[in-house]
Design a protein around this ligand. Structure first.
Ligand SMILES: [Zn+2]
Length: 234
C-alpha cells in the first residue's frame, strides 16, 4: 500500500513538475535523465578516448608530461553542451554531474584502450571558499560517476587548492598560467606514489589548470598523469 501511494505520488509530481529535456524541453521518459535519447545521441562526441594519443595532448606538450588526454564531447558555445556544463557547475545539480560522469564512464569502459592503465581518479580541486558557495565540486562528482561505471577508485582528499584566485574566464593563456601556478598541493602523497593518476574536470580549455595539477602530482611522486574531461574547446 505504502509503495503504491508513493509511486502514485511520484507520478503525480511528474505531472505537476514534468521532467524536461535540457536540450529540447520535451518531457523526459521515465528511463531518461537530463536529456532525451534524441538530444543525447546528437551530442558532438569527440572519439578521443579511442586513441592512444589524441590531438588534445598538444595542449600539454613541452609543459608537463601527460600520458593520455580525452574529452567526451566538443564544447561549442550556445549548444546543448554549454547548457549541460552550465547545469553541472552552476545550477546546484551535483547528481547531474555524477550522471554525465557515468555516461562517459560507460564509453570509456567499452572503447578506451588505456582506461585500465589508470590507478586513481582525482577531480581538479576547488578552493574551500568556492566549495562552500557551490556546495559541491563538480569535478569530484564527475569522477564519482566515472568511478561507478569503470570501477576505478576515486579520491577527493588527495589534492587541495591552496589559493583562491577568482574566475579564469577573462584571462588570457599567460595570465591563466601565472594565476594557477602554485595554487595546488598534494595533501596525501602516499595515495599517489608510483601511481597513474587521471585528473578529471568538466571542460578542457587551455589546459593551464590541469597542467598546474599535473606538475604538482609529478612533484609529489606519481608515476604518470592522464586527463579526462566531459568537454574540450576547439
Ligand atoms: Zn531533447
Amino acid at each position: 500500500m505504502f509503495r503504491f501511494v508513493s509511486e502514485w505520488f511520484i507520478d503525480f509530481w511528474d505531472v505537476v513538475y514534468p521532467n524536461l529535456c535540457l536540450g529540447c524541453k520535451q518531457t523526459l521518459d521515465k528511463q531518461e535523465k537530463l536529456l532525451c535519447v534524441h538530444c543525447r545521441m546528437n551530442l558532438p562526441e569527440t572519439g578521443y578516448h579511442r586513441e592512444m594519443e589524441s590531438e588534445l595532448i598538444y595542449r600539454f606538450a613541452g609543459k608537463v608530461k601527460v600520458e593520455h588526454v580525452a574529452a567526451h564531447y566538443r564544447f561549442v558555445k550556445k549548444t546543448i553542451i554549454q547548457k549541460l556544463i552550465h547545469e553541472i557547475k552552476y545550477k546546484d545539480r551535483p547528481e547531474s554531474a555524477v550522471l554525465v560522469g557515468q555516461w562517459y564512464g560507460h564509453q570509456l569502459q567499452q572503447e578506451c584502450p588505456w582506461i585500465n592503465e589508470i590507478d586513481l581518479l582525482i577531480g581538479v580541486p576547488l578552493h574551500k571558499k568556492r566549495l562552500r558557495k557551490r556546495g559541491y565540486n563538480q569535478a569530484d562528482c564527475i569522477a564519482e560517476g566515472l568511478s561507478e561505471t569503470t570501477q576505478l577508485p576515486m579520491r577527493d582528499d588527495v589534492m587541495v587548492r591552496i589559493r583562491f584566485n577568482g574566475s579564469q574566464t577573462r584571462r588570457n593563456r599567460l595570465q591563466r598560467w601565472l594565476n594557477v601556478e602554485t595554487v595546488f598541493r598534494v595533501a596525501k602523497p602516499d595515495a599517489i606514489l608510483g601511481k597513474h593518476v587521471a585528473l578529471v574536470d568538466d571542460v578542457l580549455t587551455t589546459g593551464a589548470t590541469l597542467e598546474a595539477c599535473a606538475i604538482e602530482l609529478h612533484r609529489a611522486g606519481c608515476r604518470s598523469v592522464s586527463v579526462l574531461t566531459i568537454a574540450a574547446t576547439k
